[in-house]
Design a protein around this ligand. Structure first.
Ligand code: ADP
Ligand code: MG
Length: 512
């Protein structure tokens, strides 16, 4: 039963009349802040004396309260914010609505204003945690007039709803940032396996864009042999199981991406709605594992080599002896014997290569000049180079320090590298060898050929046992070479460009 303060005839500050709200049938807005209130018998002009209140009421409070649809004035059937018209129907009239507008007595304006000010502040703030929960309690405690309690409660309700919304929004943002900023790929799928969302890491790791992934199946992203595994795990997850497994994706540019994947069901209101896939790029780890495997392979080859070499050498010596003997005794089969001797030599050669890797080398180390060893080696295989039209050019700096080494082994290294270089230039070319100081502690010996080169992806495989591209190759030369250089405390690097040539660099510690 609220009373509305109005002024008669638009005279500001003139006597205030209270109209019983039940008598009001219509409030009409003439122009900004000027109203006509219709009662059954009369018309009143309303230019509120509480101008500030009125302004606030229409700009903030009114609208807010109206939107909430929690209002406390009886008998409002229609309220048009734009026109500023409120239609009321008398109590008990058939078909009338019982919504109303919050009319607030002037004594309470300050309190309501305060409360609405807080609502406004909250609305604009980005952190709802800055606002206390009991912010209105003191106001409400002071308030004794129960008629206005509902108005206050409305505002409090608005405030709390706003705050809850803000909090939800914030926690949503928090989850979103876990998704958005996660360095690991995360995507969600609906029950049909169509991708419903994917984070930036997914786009980065797969090379596909949002448009290319969303609302589609991702089967084309998986290597064919893993598609079935993917589908099985997916179906299981839809049944509520989580799954941890490894799978290989294909990047848009074709390279494989190894992923360790966790499938988690998406459950909303107790219903399976889809699957979350959380991945981890384990390509690097896989590579490291492969390296480990390879070095293991190497050491096994080494151990085997020791046994095999030992067992083969002795029978080989007798075989060779008897072949030589038979060569002198039997005539007519000379070419066979030659082949047999050649093949026995080859076996012997391979076995000797094995021995280098197998035995922990007892180096007969002596200070030697690398250049001198190189020249000795060239004397050995120079003729072979000539046959293949390979021109050897040696550039050595003057006054180089000596290296501590086993001359025979270093010779072996040079032979292997020179042979490879010569074999890479079937139509001849230049093979340049440079010897100089790399820094004050290391000598650099560089072999530059103009041969066929080595494709980039094969370079990491060089030095693997039995890795060869040659019909008659053993694939042991570089392995032995790496091993010897390593035993000498040096290191070796190979760079190459297909059809341009290869550069082999050996860094050896010098004697100071
Ligand atoms: P092999 O010479 O018996 O094949 P290696 O261990 O000496 O075994 O070499 C392994 C492989 O490395 C060769 O088969 C060849 O494909 C490649 N390679 C090595 N050196 C060169 C080079 N200078 N130019 C081109 N390819 C090379
Ligand atoms: Mg070789």
């Amino acid at each position: 039963m609220q009373k509305i303060p109005v002024t008669r005839d638009g005279k500001k500050g003139s006597d205030i009349i209270l109209i019983h709200s039940d008598d009001v049938v219509k409030i009409e807005c003439l122009r900004n802040k000027e109203y006509v209130i219709h009662t059954i018998n009369d018309k009143y002009y309303w230019t509120p004396t509480l101008e500030a209140f009125e302004e606030w009421m229409y700009e903030d409070g009114f609208r807010l309260i109206d939107q909430m649809n929690v209002v406390n004035m009886n008998h409002v059937t229609e309220y048009d914010v734009k026109k500023g018209i409120v239609y009321l129907s008398p109590e008990g009239a058939a078909g009338s609505k019982t919504a109303s507008v919050a009319w607030i007595h002037k004594d309470h304006v300050a309190n309501v204003k305060n409360m609405l000010y807080e609502v406004k502040k909250l609305d604009r703030s980005s952190d709802p945690d800055d606002f206390q929960d009991d912010i209105f309690d003191t106001i409400l405690d002071q308030e004794e007039d129960s008629r206005f309690a509902r108005s206050y409660a409305m505002i409090q309700a608005i405030y709390e709803k706003k705050k809850a919304e803000k909090k939800l929004e914030q926690s949503e943002q928090r989850y979103k940032s876990l998704f958005q900023n996660n360095p690991d790929p995360i995507c969600s799928f609906d029950g049909y396996g169509y991708c419903t969302s994917a984070n930036p890491a997914t786009f980065r790791i797969t090379g596909y864009t949002e448009e290319e992934l969303l609302h589609k199946s991702i089967h084309h992203l998986i290597v064919p042999e893993h598609v079935e595994r993917w589908q099985e795990r997916f179906d299981d997850t839809l049944q509520g199981q989580t799954h941890h497994y490894e799978i290989t994706f294909v990047h848009k540019d074709g390279h494989p991406v190894e992923l360790s994947v966790l499938n988690v069901p998406i459950v909303v209101n107790g219903q399976m709605k889809g699957v979350y896939m959380i991945g981890k790029d384990i390509s690097e780890r896989k590579k490291a594992e492969e390296m480990l495997l390879r070095s293991e392979k190497l050491s096994i080859v080494g151990q085997m080599a020791a046994g095999v070499a030992h067992e083969i050498r002795n029978p080989l010596t007798s075989l060779k002896g008897f072949v030589q003997l038979m060569q002198t005794k039997i005539s007519g089969f000379e070419s066979y014997f030659d082949i047999m001797m050649d093949e026995l030599e080859r076996i012997n050669f391979i076995v000797s290569e094995f021995l280098v890797i197998a035995k922990p080398q007892s180096l007969r180390s002596q200070p030697k000049q690398a250049e001198a060893i190189l020249h000795n080696t060239i004397a050995l295989i120079g003729s072979q180079a000539m046959i293949h039209y390979v021109e050897l050019v040696v550039h050595a700096e003057e006054g180089l320090p000596a290296i501590l080494c086993d001359e025979n082994q270093i010779k072996q290294v040079f032979i292997n590298i020179l042979n490879n270089a010569i074999e890479s230039m079937p139509d001849g070319g230049q093979l340049r060898i440079e010897i100089g100081l790399w820094d004050e502690n290391q000598l650099l010996i560089r072999f530059i050929d103009q041969g066929c080169g080595i494709p980039e992806e094969r370079i990491p495989r060089l030095g693997e046992p039995f890795y060869t591209t040659k019909e008659k190759g053993t694939g042991l030369g570089l392995m032995v070479t790496f091993k010897i250089i390593e035993n000498h405390g040096g290191r070796m690097a190979i760079r190459s460009e297909v059809n341009k040539g290869t550069v082999v660099e050996i860094y050896m510690p010098v004697i100071r």
